[in-house]
Design a protein around this ligand. Structure first.
Ligand code: ABU
Length: 492
């Protein structure tokens, strides 16, 4: 019988080159077919199966791990099936997440990154990527509005990590003794953020002051009075997190007013622009982030509005050198000081990680391909789609907007009102029934697989849909399709 190759026949096996090439050519065919399908409106966004169905194995696709090696043909089938049962987040009708789209250049960058398979901690193992990171971060700092002398940063594994960096930096800036003496040497510190911001670190939560909001935005007067109250109680306010583009409403905090308060009380201002940062690329929309240049640190996730493949999140820091002073541990097995090159390029010692993925290359390559102008049109188009959806919703009696005002970002929040609820007066019973509508429609939508949108309750608002646009492949016809799909699935 013909011998089917196994992994041991691939490189580094002697004479493994041909087998390796044909394995990869087959794999590339599978990936290309997936890429093309992702953009085709006739293909499904997802082929949903419940966890127990996937665990049990579908059409021979088993997730269980064998003792004996599988042959390469079977591995290719596994690769195809993995994509088949996943979600096409690049599909023009995937509206479920802030990060969506499948940027072909970005994808090429990610393939190259995986092929290079190196680590961002030192210049000696990542010379090109380290310089690209320096150049790209500098560009982002310029766009934020910082001067030539200001600015530092690193790419981090996600926006929450970038935000965590900002808290560590602020704490170190005001209390450098924290590095040697720990938290017990410090007074009771307080940081401020608004409701609608999810803080995941327990260390941060314990000293958090949550401010109420108006239409998703921080209220500066409340911030100021809360700072005064905290001081009166013997606490030490030190940090304010303002948000440029909240996750659900896409709201922008009034950055200049918040910066004035931070300045007068001597507090660190961090702007979480993970979602809204992309609007800085647009001359039309960057006004929504006016005042961001006054921030001491900024989180900006190009994997959201700029469409870079996951993940790509930057923490930008105004004060140069602070990242290193705060986080440096001088591990001698990596950061020897007697190397023969400029060791300031061993940027790993600025971070709290050791190993660090190369997140920069895909974005660098995308920037080369599109130029800043390409990102600008991409962002503008996403906001035009949001406006189109908003206009359509205003005209339809079967939908209700959560806010009557035009969205600031590409988030559009709304309810579908089924016929049975249309004439009901507002009140707890209508709310109870309305709360059940979005989950039911979403479940049907996922089973059918032709589109995907998220929903959530928020504050006093029962479950509503949140449609977000960050995928440049989405056209107004997809927006119209989504509304028809919701209406037809929700018609009771
Ligand atoms: N970092 C929050 C992302 C949430 C979302 O994509 O909906």
């Amino acid at each position: 019988p013909e011998c089917v190759p196994l992994w041991l026949d691939l490189l580094p096996a002697l004479s493994g080159e041909d087998t390796t090439k044909s394995f990869f050519q087959e794999l590339v065919n599978i990936l290309l077919s997936y890429v093309c399908k992702s953009f085709r409106r006739s293909s499904k966004v997802l082929d949903f199966h419940h966890p127990h169905q996937l665990r049990e194995g579908l059409e021979g696709f088993s997730l269980e791990l064998p003792d004996q090696p599988e042959n390469l043909e079977q591995l290719l089938v596994d690769c195809r099936d993995t994509l088949k049962y996943g979600v096409k987040t690049g599909h023009p009708r995937f509206f479920n997440q802030l990060s969506s789209g499948l940027d072909v250049i970005g994808l090429a960058g990610e393939w190259l990154t995986s092929t290079a398979n190196t680590n961002m901690f030192t210049y000696e193992v990542s010379p090109v990527f380290i310089l690209m990171e320096e150049i790209l971060l500098k560009k982002m700092q310029e766009i934020v509005g910082w001067s030539e002398e200001e600015g530092d940063g690193v790419f981090c594994p996600g926006g929450t990590m970038s935000n965590l960096y900002s808290v560590l930096l602020a704490r170190y800036h005001f209390f450098p003794e924290v590095k040697t003496k720990g938290m017990t040497a410090l007074p009771r510190l307080i940081l401020f953020t608004s409701a609608h911001v999810r803080i995941t670190s327990i260390h941060v939560r314990s000293c958090l002051f949550i401010l109420s909001i108006n239409m998703g935005k921080m209220i500066p007067a409340e911030l100021e009075s809360s700072i005064i109250t905290a001081k009166d109680q013997g606490c030490v306010p030190f940090y304010v997190n303002a948000t440029a583009g909240t996750t659900v409403y896409g709201a922008f905090d009034p950055l200049n007013a918040i910066a004035d308060i931070c300045e007068s009380h001597g507090l660190w201002l961090h702007v979480d622009a993970a979602w809204g940062g992309g609007l800085l690329m647009s001359n039309l929309h960057r006004v929504k982030l006016q005042g961001i240049e006054r921030a001491w640190s900024v989180t900006w996730n190009p994997h959201k509005m700029m469409g870079a493949p996951l993940q790509c999140s930057a923490i930008l820091v105004k004060k140069r050198g602070l990242l290193k002073d705060c986080n440096q541990m001088c591990a001698e097995y990596l950061f020897q000081t007697d190397k023969h090159y400029d060791t300031s390029y061993d940027t790993g010692d600025k971070t709290i990680q050791c190993g660090r993925h190369v997140d920069v290359f895909k974005l660098w390559l995308m920037w080369k391909a599109k130029g800043s102008e390409g990102f600008e049109s991409q962002v503008n188009k996403c906001l035009e789609n949001a406006e189109h959806l908003f206009d359509k919703l205003k005209q339809r009696p079967d939908f209700e907007l959560v806010f009557k005002s035009k969205p600031e970002h590409s988030n559009v929040c709304f309810w579908y009102i089924p016929p049975g609820l249309r004439n009901m007066s507002p009140g707890p019973e209508r709310n109870r029934r309305l709360h059940e509508v979005a989950p039911k429609i979403k479940a049907k939508m996922m089973e059918q697989g032709m589109a995907m949108i998220g929903y959530q309750p928020l504050g006093d608002k029962v479950n509503f849909f949140r449609c977000v646009f960050s995928n440049p492949a989405t056209q107004t016809e997809d927006v119209d399709y989504l509304l028809e799909e919701i209406a037809s699935l929700g018609h009771d």
